[in-house]
Structures are given as C-alpha cells and as structure tokens.
Design a binder for this molecule. Structure first.
Ligand SMILES: [Zn+2]
Length: 383
C-alpha cells in the first residue's frame, strides 16, 4: 500500500512526484497540477504532501500520511473554495502561513485546490512569495489547465499534468476502494467519462442515474420551440433543486454556528447591528456558493448531453472508440441516422457555446434556451 494507490492511470505523474520525494535535487517550492475535472488534481497534491511528510516516503499508513491525505496535518494547509473566487484577504493569510517553518513535519505545504479562482490581487500576493520562497515551504496549486493561471505564476512553478484515466481503470478503483460491483462500476466510469467523483456518485445513487438518463433523453425529444424552451427550463430547474437540496441544511447549520460563536440568541426576532452585519456577510458567501453550485451542475448536465451527440458522431464516422453511452444505444443510433456528421458537430458546438456563455456570466436559462433551439430534431424519434 502507498499514498499513490488511488491515483489511477497517472503513472508519469507518480513517477515525477515520487522522484522529487526521494531526491531533493528534483524538488522545487512551487508545483502546478493541471488536468480535467475529476482526474484527481487535488488528490495528487494531497498524496504528494503525504509522501513529503512521511518518514518512509509515502507508506499510506502512518499518522503523517493519513493526516496529510485527509487534510488535518498541522503542516498541510488545504484551501478548497466553494465561492466564485479566492480573494486577496485569504491569499495574504496563506502567505503568512507559508512564511512559517514546519511545526511537526519535514515541509510546510500549502495546497490551493482552485488556483484558477485566485483574483488578480490574490495572485500578486502569492506571486511575491513564489519569487522569494521560504525554505521548506511548498506551494501546490491546482487548476483545470495552464491557461487558467496567470503566466507569472506558471513560470515560477513546475507543471504536472494529470490525464483522463481510462474508464476501465476508474471502474477498477470503484470496485477495489468502494466495493461497487463490476458491471455497475464500468457503467458509471464510462457515463462519468472517467470523472472519479461523479462515477462514484452515479454508481451509488439511483436518483443521479435517473437525472442523467433524463438529460440525455432530451436529445431525441426536442421537436419544436415549445419543447426546446421546456428542456432549457428543466435543465435549469434540475440544477436549482440539486443546489437547494445540497445547501439548505448546511446554510442553516452555518448560521446556527455563527450565532453561537457570537453569543447571540438564535430565537431573537432582531439581532444587534454587529451580529446583523456578520449574518449578512455569511449570507453573501452562501449565495455565491449556491450560484457556483448551480453553474457546476448545469455544466455537468451539458457534458452529459454532449456525450450522446459525441457517441452518435463516433457511430456515424465508424471510429474505433468506446461509446460513453452503450446503455442508450437506441438513442445514439437514432441520432446517427437522423443527422449528418456536420450537423452533429453543430450540435456539439451549440452545447460548448452555452457552456462558455454561462461561464462568462450569461444568465443560464438564456444560454440554455438558445442552445436547445439549435438541438431540435425534425420529428419525435420515440426513443
Ligand atoms: Zn507514511
């Protein structure tokens, strides 16, 4: 057993990182982990942090390894934002932590899971630290791609690129680590397009599987303007509901915790001014988090929707590539018969455009409607 066990399909990365652990000449003070969502960027960073702290270079079992992996090690700071950005205030706090010598471990490690969300000011704060690194401090920044991080940070970091693991490797992990049976693990790994976290959720949650099924079914059902508007509305509603369900309980718990910390009476009808302002700040954070969550769910839905057109294109072109949706082969065949390769590419473009627009802050419903109108089928395929 070792800390690298769960990084499936990432052999070159494991080789690079474990060499840096063994040999200080291969070590450097700033690392940039990139790779598609779900490929395990932050897991790779945590495993690396554990290996650096472990007296045996990453046994996966000792206290150093376990606490570094689960984010509780005193010298491993993990920043995982749920808001839309990481501001300068938090960045300055990190820089202060980075200046400290390790307290119990061999290194002080700062992991920023969403370095692409650092604001410009925050980047500049971090940059100063990267230019004059503290000995025994290591920054591990994670982002989807190099382009998501400003060039000055990029140029001061060693780049490690994770790849999309093969579906079979993800399925094997789900079986070994999560005890999921073989066929379900393979279905989930394929349907999630090797996104490890999503694959696990699909395998375990029948509701998530149904939602996915509803989304890919839209492809064969949008026959007119009315259906297009309805489909867009559904996509947006599914995301709002998921976000609401995920956050209601946590929002309430956070509020109760804040009131308790401030020594306020949670049953009081009105709170003193200083408490009201704290509550307002919390609500603002919670709203930003909910907004990001909705956008993430919509983005994921659009990746699912695109996968059915992608499969139809694979079939149409007779390419020797595994399908993402072999379980929905009727729909894939139907679309491949109905549309030319060019039209299917057009549909994929429409979906990409919607994703880009939502990412650029266009109201989701607007972008989804424009997209759905371009996905109309000439007749109901009845599948
Ligand atoms: Zn260990």
């Amino acid at each position: 057993m070792s800390v690298w066990d769960d990084l499936v399909g990432q052999e070159p990365t494991i080789e690079t990182l474990s060499r840096a652990v063994r040999d200080e000449a291969s070590m450097t003070h700033a690392w940039l982990f990139t790779g598609p969502p779900g490929s395990g960027r932050s897991n790779a960073a945590r495993a690396f942090a554990a290996a650096l702290q472990c007296p045996q270079g990453g046994c996966g079992q000792c206290r150093e390894c376990r606490t570094a992996l689960d984010g509780t090690h005193a010298d491993v700071k993990v920043v995982a934002t749920e808001g839309l950005s990481i501001g300068v205030k938090l960045a300055r706090e990190l820089v202060q932590v980075a200046a400290l010598r390790p307290s119990v471990g061999a290194w002080r490690v700062i992991i920023v899971e969403d370095a692409d969300r650092l604001t410009e000011q925050a980047c500049n704060a971090v940059l100063k630290e990267l230019e004059e690194p503290t000995p025994r401090t290591v920054w591990m920044l994670c982002a989807p791609s190099l382009e998501d991080v400003i060039i000055t940070i990029r140029s001061r970091s060693r780049h490690v690129r994770l790849r999309t693991p093969p579906a079979a490797a993800v399925a094997e992990l789900l079986q070994r680590r999560d005890g999921i049976d073989g066929p379900m693990a393979l279905y989930a790994a394929r349907a999630a397009q090797s996104h490890i976290g999503l694959a696990r959720r699909l395998a375990r949650d029948a509701k998530a599987r149904n939602r996915r099924h509803d989304i890919i079914s839209m492809a064969t059902r949008i026959t007119g303007v009315g259906e297009a508007i309805l489909a867009a509305d559904n996509l947006s509603k599914i995301a709002e509901e998921e976000s609401g369900a995920a956050s209601a309980e946590r929002d309430a718990a956070e509020k109760a915790h804040l009131l308790e910390t401030l020594g306020a009476d949670p049953a009081a009808r009105t709170q003193p001014v200083h408490i009201r302002s704290q509550l307002a700040a919390l609500e603002k954070d919670q709203k930003a988090r909910a907004k990001r969550y909705v956008r993430d769910v919509i983005d994921r839905s659009l990746i699912d929707l695109a996968s059915i057109y992608r499969d139809a294109l694979v079939l149409r072109l007779g390419a020797d590539v595994e399908l993402v949706n072999p379980d929905a082969i009727d729909k894939v065949r139907g679309l491949a018969t109905l549309f030319s390769a060019e039209q299917l590419l057009g549909h994929l473009d429409a979906i990409s455009e919607a994703r880009e627009r939502i990412n650029a802050n266009v109201p989701p419903l607007l972008a989804l409607e424009a997209m759905a109108l371009q996905l109309r089928v000439p007749r109901n395929l009845g599948i």
